[in-house]
Design a binder for this molecule. Sequence first.
Ligand code: S3P
Length: 171
Amino acid sequence: MQIVLVGYMGSGKSAVGRVLAEATGLDFTDLDNYIESREALSIPQIFEQRGELYFRKREHELLKEFLEQHQTGILALGGGTPCYAGNMDLLLGQTPHVFYLQLGVGQLVKRLEPEQQGRPLIAHLDKEELPEFIGKHLFERNPFYDKAHHVIRIQEQSAEEVVQQILTILS
Ligand code: S3P
């Protein structure tokens, strides 16, 4: 079984993916880490040295490559992955288990404020600019995220509680 987690930066895809992997015994892969190891550069270095367009092209190629080579496991995507190069349709054709971890703008701002550095798309913003940036970005991205088979609305739940919700849906 291939389970795919999508959602905005800071939505907890990697944390939930790890707990879900422990609970199911499936392997966990974070697409950002897969890209980093294949490029031998960190995500911020790829953005800085090669630019976002190069990143989006590699993200698409490596997603395709990964899906061809792995029919089972848990895959957490980057926040932008579903929104480029037909990636969401590719995923929806591959597995019936695409989960969108959905948080509101307020929750995302709270989670991302202390973690802006290391995230190339928001590192340059002043704190006061974050709510408007994230709100607009989510408005653009939601049509892609909303295509997921399942939406998990997250407020204060822990990763463990989110995993319980996912397991209930899968059972
Ligand atoms: C991005 C999200 C990041 C990473 C890159 C671009 C985005 O992944 O892929 O910085 O476009 O939202 P996370 O969602 O894992 O932070």
